[in-house]
Design a protein around this ligand. Structure first.
Ligand SMILES: Cc1ncc(COP(=O)(O)O)c(C=O)c1O
Ligand SMILES: N[C@@H](CCOP(=O)(O)O)C(=O)O
Length: 523
């Protein structure tokens, strides 16, 4: 069975094209610094809604992923097995259940925190961990010692990606995981989740700076040709295409959950609201919408780190620094996992919008032009701190997206209001950013159903939740504390502090030394 265009990938900056799914998963980031995208987005056959409506989460994942992965690369039964094992670790039978938060307002929460680390990242990272393992077992059949392909994962986290990646990869053969995180800027539970995993292949690195500094280090390591040739660098951040692909499932699954719900009004339009930082989660929604998911709009909900919201409000100017800001540094907010200055995955959206708004003759010409435009914009972002897109690109974005910015105070007020008006339901602060944005959208669009993504369990962010609710009578944090978190912070930890000023080169040397030790230990 030959691959279709949706199963072949290219870099948004043009240096690599016609790559297989396995290539893009193992490479993570393209050699030119671009992100991998499928050459085409598949559209669904007319029967999708009736055929897929009653599928389990796992079966739906299989149908969607099969559109992007050739059976020549992963035979159907193998893919089914990877998917089955990935979601067997979830605590909820529905994996991502839909909760009717406010029936009068048609406001639903898509609970994405029923995986091992209590955050939406588990949906993609349980899958990606098993996928890496599958490819490595296949590559290493019959090989021993130095002949074995060893993958060195380098990742950046503001808390959730790191723990989800570690739980997805701990103890797996032929893979080392290095997670950089900003010292003191992740919640104490998130830090404990990462650093109490003592498996030999897991390495946590604290960096003095912000998440963006960690992300820059990771991108610099990918750009280092020598390190890549000796260490096979791989990605677990949402720069890895498999992350986006795995997240599409819950957009479709929640649409079916909604339309099957007895409270759903037949024919009601649907808007999906996504707390956003690196733009990976909502990008999976955009792909789903392009494939045929009938979402009227996708709403980007940002905290005070609002580059995405400013893009829409400023007429297509994507800039690190707001016009009235004194600096372009990231703000520390109550939703720290979204404290991001630049949203990596926006590049993927821009590529498709540039491709579609070009009037070159052939699809190949238009792809080439899109790569040129994206390269130019990203160079301007680096050299001048921002860039302006043409109006056709902005119009393309506006066709599918709206945006909202939610302040710190509003985040806390939303946690409190929701607790008081929705039977004591406790939101995590990221989900609260989404719910505040949903409420604004509902005011403008009464009667429309809103699916608001709940991206983390509230117990991961105790200080924000406590700030919002400690004065409320009857509120007791211990009632929402999962069993898995009890005693976690007291366990033994392992973490390496990257010396201040060591830069990406310092991290590179740590990576080399730790991999060496690991390989010596395993031989
Ligand atoms: C809890 C939580 N909510 C929202 C986000 C934002 O998602 P994305 O970066 O995919 O936009 C993140 C981090 O990525 C997160 O950890
Ligand atoms: N919010 C993230 C930041 C990393 O984003 P990613 O989705 O690109 O991995 C986190 O919690 O680490």
């Amino acid at each position: 069975m030959s691959p279709t265009l949706s199963q072949q990938y290219l870099s948004t900056r043009g240096a690599e094209y016609r790559l297989s799914f396995e290539d893009v998963v193992l490479k993570g980031l393209a050699s030119d610094g671009g992100l991998f995208v499928p050459e085409e987005i598949p559209t669904l056959p007319a029967w999708w809604e009736t055929e897929w409506r009653n599928l389990s989460f796992e079966d739906l994942a299989y149908e969607i992923m099969s559109l992007y992965i050739s059976k020549d690369e992963i035979p159907g039964d193998d893919l089914k097995d990877i998917i089955k094992r990935s979601y067997a670790t979830f605590r909820h039978p529905e994996r991502t259940p839909l909760f009717n938060l406010d029936p009068k307002q048609n406001l639903y929460l898509l609970e994405l925190f029923h995986g091992p680390t209590f955050a939406f990242k588990d949906v993609a990272l349980q899958f990606l961990g098993n996928l890496f393992e599958y490819f490595l077992v296949r590559k290493n059949q019959g090989k021993t010692g130095k002949d074995r392909h060893h993958l060195t994962i380098v990742g950046a986290t503001s808390g959730d990606t790191g723990s989800a990646a570690i739980y997805g990869l701990r103890g797996k053969k032929d893979v080392s995981v290095f997670i950089t995180f900003p010292n003191g800027r992740v919640s104490s539970i998130q830090e404990a989740q990462m650093t109490t995993v003592l498996d030999a292949n897991v390495h946590n690195l604290t960096v003095e700076g912000s998440f963006d500094d960690c992300q820059d280090i990771v991108k610099a390591l990918f750009a280092d040709k020598d390190l890549n040739s000796t260490h096979n660098i791989g990605a677990i951040n949402s720069i890895n295409w498999a992350r986006i692909l795995a997240q599409m499932t819950y957009y479709f699954y929640s649409y079916f959950s909604l339309t099957k719900s007895p409270t759903y009004t037949e024919g009601s339009k649907v808007r999906v609201v996504v707390p956003s930082g690196n733009f990976g989660d909502i990008l999976a929604g955009w792909f789903s919408k392009q494939m045929g998911l009938p979402a009227e709009k996708l709403i980007i909900a940002t905290n005070e780190n609002d580059i995405l919201d400013r893009f829409f409000r400023s007429g297509g100017h994507y800039t690190k620094k707001a016009l009235d800001a004194v600096s372009d540094s990231v703000k520390e907010t109550h939703s720290p996992a979204m404290d991001i200055l630049v949203s990596s995955n926006f590049e993927r959206l821009l590529w498709f919008l540039a491709f579609r708004s070009d009037n070159g003759n052939t699809a190949d010409e238009r792809r080439k032009h899109a790569c040129e435009s994206v390269s130019k914009w990203l160079n301007e972002l680096k050299s001048q701190g921002g860039f302006q897109v043409p109006s056709a690109v902005l119009d393309g974005a506006k066709a599918d997206f709206e945006s909202e910015r939610v302040s710190n105070d509003e985040t806390i007020a939303t946690i409190r209001d929701t607790y008081l008006s929705c039977n004591g339901y406790v939101l995590d602060p990221h989900t609260a950013v989404g719910v505040a944005s949903s409420r604004r959208s509902i005011q403008r669009n009464p009667g429309v159903s809103h699916i608001s993504l709940s991206t983390a369990h509230p117990a991961k962010f105790a200080s924000a939740v406590d700030l919002a609710l400690r004065a409320e009578s009857g509120y007791d944090f211990t009632t929402i504390l999962p069993q898995e978190f009890i005693g976690l912070e007291q366990r033994e930890r392992r973490v390496i502090a990257v010396p201040q000023g060591a830069g990406w080169e310092g991290v590179r040397e740590i990576v080399k030394a730790e991999v060496e030790k690991e390989l010596q230990g395993s031989h």
